[in-house]
Design a protein around this ligand. Structure first.
Ligand code: GLN
Length: 529
């Protein structure tokens, strides 16, 4: 089922194989009709991750990048919508030579072609394929069908792993294997027998549970992998190693084990375990609440980036979700921001919660609290500065008020028409763009170089007509896109740390290489403390 950790499982298998000396890539298939994740609300689908080539994809691709430490692309992500769209486009171009194009085999064939292309693109030894959704549901059937055919066409070269959940009902107090047994039956119905079962549970799978699964699900006892809840997702590859997962995969493929190990990763996990002194970071957002539950998935890359940076300093990341709307109705509640060592305003769309975020930024600016703004966070920091320092009382973004007299943030010229035509899908300023860092800025100190490339996802930008007014009052423009003269980084001089970027640094942070902006932000947070 969703959120049980298929993405982390896929990424972790990748990590294990990669640490044994193999080249690994991964592809995620999402069962939605949406052509990409870009049009999905984060509350429903979690974060929209962006690759260098501007693909708006599922957050799992972010996990693959972080675990494999490899930049991925459009080759590594597809939805039902995308698969159908390419088949239909090909049909329109007469590429099927006039024959009848059918759901089976043409859709599975397109899926298989994409899997093969993902492997070829980087000459990978292994392609990990993650099929989203739940076995037995209607929506992902064609992907399972593709996987079945893939194995048929490539005997000995395809293995299946089922990630299954083993509940421990409180009133029973015992781990139950039945849901996994049922899932395997459903998978069998699709013509697939799993080679491995990854047992997700709050506790490790014991011997009796493993035996039960082995017998009832028709897998070797050694191929039932215990994957209990971990303190950190980065421990999962080590769980797999402890159960000999990597070696089992290689022996099933009749491949020789190269003699690499996970020393660096183990050391990293040790650091995580030993980081006990907290650094407290608040994220002021609005994509948290879903009914009675709180969701962290919408900001997953931001959260992981904070963690990477905190562990870099041997600190324990303590991250809190703060709802921006609270600050709009109740100014007193802003005082809670003083309890944090640093505050982040992440990306976002639409008017809801915006004024609360602006208040939070003012609080951080005037009280010297380390602040990092990401995309919308930079736009709002600019608005706050324009209103409260430059005296431009009407300052806002045309995203929130198209008729404002002081559009300090304005829609990019090439975006205007797209919006008028309601041409929303995959049309933002997306993916990697160059940025020139200005010397003698905090940003320059952080990056240690002048030329950088970062990932974007936005339609609005700092309006250059207001640049001088802002700079005259002390706003520092620390990074600019040289091709289009777009402001990419702003910062303040006399502040513990006040920086915001139009791009999303969170998409490029890696466990062992925290992003320079997050690193410096967390450094300031620790020093402030
Ligand atoms: N809504 C803003 C824009 O479109 C910011 C987008 C974001 O934060 N990713 O420019």
């Amino acid at each position: 089922m969703s959120s049980i950790g298929k993405g982390v499982a896929t990424a972790s298998i990748g990590k294990v194989l990669e640490s044994k000396g193999f080249s690994v890539t991964a592809i995620k298939f999402d069962p939605y009709i949406n052509v990409d994740a870009g049009t999905m609300n984060p509350i429903e689908h979690g974060e929209v991750f962006v690759t260098d080539d501007g693909t708006e994809c599922d957050q799992d691709v972010g996990n693959y990048e972080r675990f494999l430490d490899r930049d991925l692309s459009s080759a590594n992500y597809a939805t039902t919508g995308k698969v159908y769209l390419s088949v239909i486009q090909r049909e329109r171009n007469l590429e099927y030579n006039g024959r009848c194009v059918e759901v089976v085999p043409d859709i599975p064939n397109e899926v298989i072609a994409r899997i093969q292309a993902a492997g070829k693109a980087v000459n990978a030894d292994f392609v990990l394929i993650e099929i989203g959704g739940t076995v037995g549901e209607y929506q992902n059937m064609l992907f399972l069908e593709a996987a079945r055919i893939l194995k048929l066409q490539n005997p000995g070269r395809v293995l299946f792993a089922l990630v299954g959940y083993l509940p421990i009902p409180e009133m029973v107090g015992e781990m139950k294997t039945k849901p996994v047994q049922s899932a395997v039956k459903l998978l069998n119905g699709a013509g697939i027998q799993p080679d491995f079962i990854i047992g997700r549970a709050s506790q490790p799978l014991d011997e009796p549970r493993k035996r039960k699964i082995s017998i009832f699900c028709n897998v070797d006892l050694r191929d039932v992998i215990s994957s209990p809840d971990a303190n950190s997702i980065y421990e999962v590859p080590l769980q797999y190693e402890a159960d000999g997962f990597g070696q089992r995969i290689l022996s099933k493929f009749h491949m020789r084990l190269e003699n690499h190990d996970m020393a660096e990763w183990r050391k990293f996990v040790e650091v995580i375990r030993n980081s006990t002194t907290p650094v407290k970071i608040g994220i002021v957002g609005k994509y948290f609440e879903t009914g009675k539950f709180t969701l962290a998935d919408s900001y997953i890359s931001v959260i992981e980036s904070v963690k990477h940076a905190a562990w870099f300093f041997g600190r324990k990341p303590e991250i809190s979700w703060l709802s921006s709307e609270t600050y709009e109705n109740d100014s007193q509640s802003l005082n809670e921001l003083s309890d944090f060592d640093g505050i982040i305003i992440p990306g976002g769309f639409g008017t809801r919660g915006v004024e609360g975020k602006i208040k939070a930024i003012e609080f951080c600016r005037t009280r010297n609290i380390p602040f990092l703004g990401l995309c919308l966070g930079m736009q709002l920091a600019t608005i706050e500065f324009a209103r409260n320092v430059c005296g431009l009382k009407d300052a806002t973004s045309t995203e929130f008020n198209p008729k404002t007299s002081q559009p300090v943030i304005d829609v990019m010229t090439d975006q205007k028409q797209l919006l008028e035509k309601k041409n929303f899908g995959a049309t933002m300023r997306l993916g990697a763009y160059n940025c020139q860092i200005i010397e003698n800025t905090h940003a320059f100190t952080a990056y240690g170089k002048a030329k950088i490339s970062e990932r974007h996802r936005h339609r609005y930008e700092l309006n250059n007509a207001y640049r001088k007014a802002l700079e005259d009052k002390g706003l520092v423009i620390a990074g600019v896109n040289p091709q289009k003269d777009l402001v990419e980084i702003i910062e303040l001089k006399d502040h513990s740390f006040f920086m915001a970027s139009q791009f999303h640094p969170e998409f490029k942070s890696r466990p062992l290489r925290p992003h320079p902006l997050f690193r410096e932000f967390v450094r300031a947070a620790i020093e402030k403390k």
